[in-house]
Design a protein around this ligand. Structure first.
Ligand code: ZN
Length: 139
């Protein structure tokens, strides 16, 4: 998952008037008032998935963790091209993506790793990375 711009990245962006747009899309030249808005625009409008389709969501419809959280839903949908990216197999490096729910088990991961193992014909090294969405819960 690509890093999302943090609050400090847009330190010079917002003017008191709120009418200036300092962040311009390089592809369609639409202007945005914050770097985050530009990022969201780029992810939703210009990010193409290799091969077209994404993997299906691991959540059962109606049981997603964002049922009562529109902000979380926006983050998930904006970054769906990363979260639900298909496997990319190459001759040297392959990336296997396993979208998980919040209730995943080690068994689920081991099954996926065994499937990956079965597909290899040479010695290989496996790097395992987790991506997650951090939620700031104010108390
Ligand atoms: Zn654009």
């Amino acid at each position: 998952m690509s890093p999302t711009p943090g609050p400090s990245a847009a330190a010079t962006a917002d003017s008191p008037s709120g009418t200036t747009h300092h962040y311009c899309c390089r592809r369609c030249h639409e202007a945005f008032s914050s770097r985050r808005d530009l990022y969201n625009h780029n992810m939703r409008q210009h990010t193409q998935q290799g091969g077209g389709a994404l993997q299906p969501s691991p959540y059962i419809r109606g049981q997603e963790p964002w049922v009562n959280n529109q902000a979380l839903r926006n983050v998930y949908e904006t970054n769906a091209s990363h979260i639900l990216q298909r496997h990319q197999e190459g001759s040297v490096t392959s990336t296997y993506n396993l979208p998980l729910t919040n209730d995943f088990s080690v068994h689920e991961i081991m099954e996926a790793v065994e499937e990956i193992y079965d597909r290899q014909q040479h010695a290989f090294r496996l790097n395992l990375n987790f991506g997650l969405i951090l939620v700031n819960k104010e108390t």
